[in-house]
Design a protein around this ligand. Structure first.
Ligand code: FES
Length: 270
């Protein structure tokens, strides 16, 4: 069991949770994830690691309160314990000097791009972060992103701050007007990552997406997280979670996205 040292609702329905997990904090690298079981009757839920402090022995993840399991975590408070917290899992994001890197984050992915932006900045890259939400009040970690970026661009569907629309439209406009990026990284909802990949495809800019398929064990044994990349079956948990968005078969992923929606609703009602 791991103890929650801090839990805050940083935007409506979006929570930041920091737990005591010294072994994971010592080993975590940007782009990795953990699998959480809130109590002994809960399912296993993968969460991207958003931050960690090796000295304090803490790990932070951001989550959207969206189903039964995340609702259970949202109800916990400082001092409570999570039944299980396993990680760090998955391959870390490739960190080296690429040049100019655009990082696009939406929902939990705003927290997901933060440690990647920080590491890429330290590696000498120019960092442009695109942070998106439906409205200004749903954005979070603005200062943290600004600290590790050369520029932070905001997009909101209602136009309350920054670009009016989605980040994938914003970056597409950039690309069409000749702006150069050496690498694009997108973390967030499946549809957003798909649209970012489609926007950059004509420009042949390597676009890394962090696949958030359903996971159970997170160690390559169950097959629940499989996806197709260049006609080959891959497991998001051990082969990823990062894959070239131009090589991912998005049709399969998008069609499986709501496979358990009915069960999710029943579980939440129970
Ligand atoms: Fe089971 Fe990836 S979660 S194989």
């Amino acid at each position: 069991m791991v103890k929650i040292v801090e839990k805050t609702e940083i935007a409506p329905n979006v929570h930041s949770c920091t737990v005591e997990a010294p072994d994971i904090a010592r080993k975590a690298l940007p782009g990795q994830f953990v699998i959480i079981i809130p109590d002994e009757y809960s399912e296993r839920t993968p969460m991207t690691i958003s931050d960690w402090d090796a000295k304090k022995g803490t790990v932070t993840f951001i989550f959207l309160e969206i189903g039964a399991s995340t609702q259970k975590i949202a109800e916990l408070k400082q001092g409570d314990e999570l039944y299980s917290f396993t990680g760090p899992l998955g391959k870390p994001m490739e960190i080296k000097k690429f040049g100019t890197v655009a990082l696009i984050g939406g929902c939990y992915g705003i927290g997901g791009i933060y440690p990647v932006a920080r590491a890429l900045k330290q590696a000498g890259n120019k960092i442009i972060c695109f942070s998106e939400a439906r409205s200004k009040f749903l954005l979070y970690w603005n200062e943290k992103l600004e600290e590790v970026s050369d520029e932070v661009r905001y997009s909101t569907v209602d136009g309350s701050i920054g670009f009016k629309g989605h980040a994938y439209d914003d970056i597409e406009e950039d690309l069409k007007t000749g702006k150069k990026f050496d690498r694009i990284i997108a973390i967030g909802c499946t549809y957003m990552m798909y649209r970012v990949s489609e926007a950059s495809r004509p420009f042949s800019i390597e676009t890394i997406t962090s696949m958030n398929t359903v996971m159970i064990d997170g160690t390559g044994m169950c097959g629940a997280c499989r996806l197709v990349v260049e006609d080959k079956t891959k497991f998001a948990c051990v082969d990823g979670p990062h894959f070239d968005g131009h090589k991912v078969d998005w049709d399969i992923i998008l069609s499986r996205r709501k496979a358990y929606l009915d069960e999710e609703i029943i579980s939440q009602e129970r």
